[in-house]
Design a protein around this ligand. Sequence first.
Ligand code: HEC
Length: 246
Amino acid sequence: MTEIPEHLLKRSKAARGEKSDSPEPSGEKPKAEPAAQTVEPKTETPKVEVPPKPEAPYVSSANNRKKIPWWAASTLIFLPLWAYVYVGTLERPPEGSEGILAVGEQIYSARCASCHGANGGGGSGPALNDGELLAVFPSVESQLDWVIKGSDIYGAGNTYGDPAAGRVVEGGMPGWGDVLTTEELIGVVLYERSHHAASEEDTALAEAIEHGIEDGSLVLPEYFDSMTGTIEDLELLLSPVKDHSG
Ligand code: HEC
């Protein structure tokens, strides 16, 4: 072929040398890459070592906060409100509509107030809040017996209650033994005594009767037998709780 001037050969050599040089740096680059990889873990390990020291104070506390999930946190916000409502539901039943005195109050307003007055002040029937009730009926049982039987069974002209009180049957008081349940009758009599006659002893007896019914020490029939029962029968019936209350 034709002669190639040396300066051109030198150029081509130089060009090849550059090309051969360029693969050489590319060959150096993979060398540099593993070198960089070896450098990276070196840079990572110091990075890992460095962060934990700053992480410890606030990142760890942030991690602790993240242990409560967002939904649990939203639930916890309402926990005090729920506790307030829950305690309220626990307190209401004993004070409210379940107690035997509350039953008695309902019975009184429904069955007795029409004749004895809304607050026991009297009407066609005698007043119950004039301070004489506890004198006429010294015991719960004697009043129960009267309310169970009424004027007709006691019989006109006979006395009722403590003879010393001088109550003579005139008529007009219905007997309630076949109408009201045992608990309703005990409730209304104890309501009259604790509410109209302000007898704390009978308020305590109402509590004792409730506890006796709950723990099974006091077993009551559903209805009293208004015809054949006696005051002694009633005393026997209530003796389990009256012995405890004195
Ligand atoms: C229809 C009217 C009437 C109703 C209703 C009535 N009573 Fe009477 N109550 C009387 C009359 C009248 C007497 C007086 C009876 C007599 O002298 O024979 C009386 C007397 C009494 C006495 C005796 C009071 C005293 O000081 O002598 C008591 C206790 C009593 N009632 C309780 C009750 C209870 C409890 C109820 C409801 C369950 C009730 N009464 C419902 C009319 C009523």
